[in-house]
Design a protein around this ligand. Sequence first.
Ligand code: ATP
Ligand code: MG
Length: 384
Amino acid sequence: MCEKKMNKPSLKFNLKPLNFQESPKNNTEKPPSDSTDTTRIPSRPTSSTSSHRDLSTGKLHLSDTKVYKFTSNDLIDRGVIGEGNFGIVCKMEHEKSATIMAVKRIRSTVDERCQKQMLNELDIVMRENTCPHIVKFYGALFKEGDCWICMELMDTSLDRFYKYVYHKLHQCIPESVLAYITLAALEALDYIKSRWQIIHRDVKPSNILVSRTTIKLCDFGISGQLIDSIAKTRDAGCRPYLPPERIDPIRATRDGYDVRSDVWSLGITIYEIATGYFPFREWTSVFDQLQQIVEGPPLRLSVDRLSNNCKDFVNTCLNKDENQRPKYKKLLEHEFVRKATTSQQAENAADYFSEIIDGLSENTDTFELYYYLPSDSSATLTPR
Ligand code: ATP
Ligand code: MG
């Protein structure tokens, strides 16, 4: 049995979801010019045909042999799956192929040239995705200023999954499953970096999706670029998985975004799913967040139930000095994830996912958005 006590959960952020009924935005803003980001997919040279691309018509690549031209009118809305800070995710059906998919609709503030570039980038990601731990993209288009991203429908996301396990069932996710999730997430992050030169920049439980057989990473690349254009206007306090070097105002503007920032976010994510709690107490201000993450003692996972290998892995990811934080290749050699590489481990994890998803789908309760570190567990925050 796990620790059951919890702080009163509070709302994640105080931002309202976007209102998609609003009239289209006038897209006069400049495309994001992220000087620190040298890691986006290089865009393909714009051919004369693609420069005339109709952005409200896209191609759905459901498989190598099933490719459809589509517009938003070809998709039937089957209800909202979830809402984030930048948009809404709906279950939709592509009638012609009878395919059910997840469609993420994000309010875009970028101009037409940038919209074209994003669709071209997504085409590349779609064609080349051979990693089993990256969600499949089917296609994208723009409708009235919103970007619609069609992707494979998964059963749930890791945030809902762990909250159900810890706070409804009052159980813990077994360590072997934690190791499998960590390995899969690492492989996906390593893949997007080495194959497409993409740094995710938003690693967190809600961006790791769960099906009955495996887990998959989502929300990088194209949506990252859209999100950047919005996120730049918001302070770090709205982005709780950011590492110290991205929160500290001096270092954040000076240094470019490095994969090791994603390694920190992965560490927080694993900490959270290993304990059932977001590892910091609730922040009342950005200053508070700065004090805890930048100036406070290093965060340490120190739960007796977990092996030293597991704790060492997480604590290595949570090194406050990014230069001391290993990159993916090194982390993939860590004993904690090496133990998860067997097909037996994958099968066991799949059995577990299935069992939990069965329970989750029968349970229609909504879950609180955040469970913060309980106030009596300061023992987990010990100086190194
Ligand atoms: P944020 O906006 O801060 O990034 P978020 O990741 O929760 O938060 P969205 O990316 O908009 O926001 O996703 C909303 C929810 O929709 C997710 O929490 C997840 O549960 C669900 N979801 C997203 N994509 C899929 C998918 N492909 N299949 C099934 N569920 C999905
Ligand atoms: Mg998301």
